[in-house]
Design a binder for this molecule. Structure first.
Ligand code: ADP
Ligand code: MG
Ligand code: ZN
Length: 554
């Protein structure tokens, strides 16, 4: 009886699934037709099927490159149980096992050959593959080819060579969606020829997205948990110490809660994992060490007591909620101290400069999401490249934010920073703007600056919200080498020059009545300071129009 080789029939008869997941069908078609394909799907999205099924449709054998022996073993076992001829060549095999696989390959019985990347270093392997009737190369976890990534595997760099030698189509799979990694995959695996690219399945419509600015964060977490008593949840914290403190506070509130972090004994960690998997309604308060391998389907909520380090980390962490498809909720707290911490972690890390720039970009994307003025899901999925999103399940769809034209406030703030030679943090700048003659302000003569007191129309919390958003929009960055002094970025120039305006969230900013008229802000006494600043920032000197609050008399 001839076997039915249509994709739908194979899906049902071999893999035992009723339907394709979002995106799988079109990827399967493209790979089966022999296109070069780059497919980006989140973890758990079902990438394996997207090369396993086409391998059965295509003649000959499909070579699968995969970075982990355990992953290969699992897949080979699963395929064999389904009656598919699959084998793996890894260093974990005995010689007999490897010989058996080579035999199957040579007699043309094998449909899928899993290969550890180290194997590609052997010219023997490459020669054998050239004779084996390979019709497709599938690369799992393709981001391992990225030198700036955490999972870099040098042997992945040999895959391009193999593709050229065999001259067969290549399909690459990864869950990593950022643009730099994609570019690296395209240049290293496809010699820069753009493959057909699919980015699917990142939307998790059952997860409610919400952010809140920190305002007594421990109390905010306790309130959030109290409203969800008895549900399983995770609280992610930025430090180990905090996990213990919050877990204890939750227990005092009558929750079942425990902490989890990388500093704990392996046995204690395992005990928590075990409890979480089996017990209903447990809250785990954890650092990011908790997550790999957490596979509980009915986690009902994830709260961040501190801002994650990037938009990818955020997505992964909230993605642990609601795996069963049922409603799940998230809340991410953030404040200026998070921004400072995350920036300094990047700047003080060991990564090379290019990598650091990319990391700042990933943090910026998350801050953009935190300060977003429109649907969070649109913003989040837009970052991952998914465009036609419907939502109705985020805090901004629930209630659009209250906004105002923040251009003037931002220019005042930037101006205060420039006039103090970008040497101070938000607190001191706010004192200057609000006209508070503190000791520090007087000692440094900042009470004579033209910016002194121009911001009396806003309260201190209102200014804090402005500064947080200034950092969130990456108009100023804390300088880790100078105690977090705020330094302007190039992104601030158009606003300072009056070429651009900026809309801010109102937060606690109430209507500013009795706004004082803006004084002339440049006088002769400022000349030495101004010329120093001018030398420092030639870009500003080119400003077409003299901005209202700043800077250069000429
Ligand atoms: P990824 O590699 O993208 O992380 P996997 O390929 O490991 O995901 O698949 C994750 C899970 O989803 C597996 O248990 C797999 O059997 C299951 N799965 C894949 N495709 C389907 C489908 N069409 N229907 C139901 N389950 C599926
Ligand atoms: Mg996988
Ligand atoms: Zn929304």
């Amino acid at each position: 009886m001839p076997r039915d080789l249509t994709a739908d029939a194979l899906l049902r008869d071999i893999f035992g699934f009723d339907a394709f997941r979002p995106g799988q069908g079109e990827i399967v078609d493209a790979v089966a037709q022999g296109r070069n394909v780059l497919a980006i799907m989140p973890t758990g999205g079902g990438k394996s099927l997207c090369f396993q099924l086409p391998a059965l449709i295509r003649s000959g054998v499909t070579v699968v490159i995969s970075p982990l022996i355990a992953l290969m073993r699992d897949q080979v076992r699963g395929l064999r149980e389904a009656g598919v001829a699959a084998g793996a060549l890894t260093s974990g095999n005995t010689e007999d096992e490897n010989n058996a696989v080579w035999d199957q390959l040579h007699t043309g019985q094998l449909k899928l050959l899993y290969l550890a990347p180290e194997r590609l270093a052997s010219s023997g392997t490459q020669r054998m593959l050239a004779q084996a009737g390979v019709s497709l190369i599938a690369v799992d976890e393709a981001h391992c080819v990225s030198q700036w990534g955490h999972d870099f595997r040098p042997d992945y760099l040999r895959i391009g060579e193999l593709r050229r030698a065999l001259d067969v189509p290549l399909a690459a799979f990864t869950a990593t969606a950022d643009a730099e990694t994609q570019d690296e995959i395209v240049s290293r695996l496809f010699d820069g020829q753009q493959p057909q690219t699919f980015l699917r399945g990142f939307d998790r419509p059952n997860i409610h997205l919400a952010f809140a600015t920190k305002d007594g964060p421990r109390g905010q977490i306790l309130d959030f948990a109290a409203a969800r008593k008895g549900q399983s949840g995770i609280v992610y914290c930025g430090t180990r110490a905090k996990t213990e403190g919050i877990a204890q506070a939750l227990r005092q509130d009558g929750h079942a809660a425990c902490h989890y972090h990388g500093g704990m004994e392996a046995d204690d960690r395992r005990a928590v994992e075990e409890r979480f998997a089996t017990e209903d309604g447990l809250i785990v308060v954890a650092t990011v060490a908790f997550g790999m391998g957490v596979d509980k389907p009915d986690i009902r909520w994830v709260a961040h007591a501190d801002l994650p380090k990037s938009i990818e980390a955020y997505y992964q962490e909230i993605g642990r909620a609601g795996r069963d498809g049922g409603p799940a909720e998230t809340m991410t707290l953030f404040g200026p101290e998070d921004i400072r911490l995350r920036r300094s972690q990047i700047d003080e890390g060991a990564a090379p400069p290019e990598r650091r720039m990319a990391d700042h970009g990933r943090l910026n994307a998350l801050l953009g999401l935190a300060e977003s003025l429109e649907c969070r899901r649109k913003t989040l999925l837009g970052y991952f490249g998914e465009t036609d999103t419907t939502c109705g399940n985020c805090d901004l769809c629930d209630a659009p934010p209250d906004t105002f034209d923040g251009t003037e406030a931002v220019r005042k703030a930037l101006s205060a920073a420039l006039r103090t030679e970008e040497s101070f943090g938000a607190g001191h700048l706010i004192d200057i703007l609000m006209g508070k003659a503190t000791d520090k302000v007087r000692d440094r003569g900042h009470d004579t600056l033209p910016t002194f007191g121009v911001g009396k129309d806003l309260s201190k919390p209102q200014w804090q919200a402005v500064f947080r958003q200034i950092m969130g929009h990456d108009l100023m960055r804390p300088d880790p080498e100078r105690h977090g002094a705020l330094v302007m970025t190039d992104a601030a120039l158009p606003i300072l020059r009056g070429q651009d305006s900026i809309t801010l969230r109102r937060d606690s900013i109430r209507s500013a009545k009795n706004r004082p008229a803006v004084k002339a802000m440049v006088s002769d006494e400022d000349a030495p300071l101004l010329s120093a600043l001018k030398a420092k920032r030639r870009a500003l000197a080119e400003a077409a129009r003299a901005p209202a609050y700043v800077i250069f008399p000429d």
